[in-house]
Design a protein around this ligand. Structure first.
Ligand SMILES: NC(=O)c1ccc[n+]([C@@H]2O[C@H](COP(=O)([O-])OP(=O)(O)OC[C@H]3O[C@@H](n4cnc5c(N)ncnc54)[C@H](OP(=O)(O)O)[C@@H]3O)[C@@H](O)[C@H]2O)c1
Length: 269
């Protein structure tokens, strides 16, 4: 059996990971969500499957992560092979704002701190909570999803002053991934960040998807392309299938790298 935990499995890329991993022979998938009763897309996707277990945890609440790992341990006999961290805070009310686009400095601070709690600290806590299970497993792979814009060179090259809270906190997450990689290297772990590319996850916003968000994303991608930024809008299926090829090929020399799903190599602008 291969045991996978997907954090942030209710929708978007995490949900697609659950779909594709559950279709693999001999896989057991732990789909970690904040609220199982409200995870409608996940419930539909896993109906009739007996190799997917839904666990509840909020990455900003360590006690819930501890409870989830206890439940996970009961299911897997104390082991985990792969941890895939997809959870992230995407609050569309503020997501695109730069430093000077908040009404007050307090509003800006609150947005950055909330994003930091989920995107950076939340990831650190998730790895800490699941670590004993990963140490008991044979694969020892940890994958953290990161946007290209977690890399300062990319932000500079594309002149992206907006999306301040997201990029600042994702850059912190990238550094935290590096710290975990260095810390766990001698135990045979491979810890990486993985850039999924631009993925249209608007189909799982709300109960029926969000066509307005889809149009806005398509226009944003067109705008990037006009400015010479090589963005391609992918479906979750396309992106996760490329991401899994990278994950399946991970080797010890990849430990600590920020990889790109489209090339399988280290991300570079
Ligand atoms: N989509 C892209 O184009 C793209 C590009 C580059 C990188 N990425 C990265 O890929 C990852 C997934 O992106 P996505 O587009 O799939 O995002 P998404 O559709 O917004 O999904 C985010 C997921 O995170 C969960 N989540 C949010 N806060 C949480 C918390 N406190 N505790 C536990 N779970 C929480 C959400 O659960 P709820 O349903 O409970 O809110 C949801 O399942 C993110 O790390 C993102 O930065 C995405």
């Amino acid at each position: 059996m291969t045991y996978y935990a997907v954090i942030g499995a209710s929708r978007g890329i995490g949900l697609e990971y659950v779909r594709q991993l559950a279709a693999r022979p001999d896989s057991i998938v732990l789909a970690v969500v904040r609220n199982a009763a409200k995870a409608n897309h996940l419930q539909v996707a896993i109906k009739g499957l007996n190799n997917v277990h839904v666990l509840e945890a909020d990455v900003t609440d360590y006690k819930t992560l501890e409870s989830a790992t206890k439940a996970a341990s009961d299911i897997t006999g104390g082991k985990l092979n792969y941890l895939i961290h997809s959870a992230a805070r995407v609050d569309m009310r503020t997501f695109f704002k730069g430093f000077d686009q908040f009404a007050t400095i307090d509003e800006f601070d609150a947005d950055v701190l909330a994003a930091f709690k989920t995107n950076a600290l939340g990831m650190i806590h998730t790895v800490a909570a699941f670590l004993p299970l990963l140490q008991a497993g044979s694969a020892k792979k940890i994958v953290i999803l990161e946007p290209a814009n977690a890399d300062p060179k990319t932000v500079r090259a594309y002149g992206l002053a907006g999306m301040a809270a997201h990029h600042i906190t994702k850059a912190s997450s990238l550094m935290a991934m590096t710290k975990w990689a260095v810390k766990l290297q001698d135990e045979g772990f491979v810890v990486v960040a993985l850039n999924p590319g631009v993925v249209d996850t608007t189909g799982t916003i709300g109960e029926h998807g969000d066509p307005a968000a889809h149009d806005a994303l398509s226009k944003a991608v067109e705008g990037f392309v006009k400015r010479g930024i090589p963005a391609v809008l992918q479906t979750p299926q396309e992106s996760v299938s490329a991401q899994l090829k990278v994950i399946d090929g991970l080797k010890s020399s990849d430990n600590g790298l920020f990889l790109d799903a489209s090339t399988g190599k280290e991300y570079t602008i």
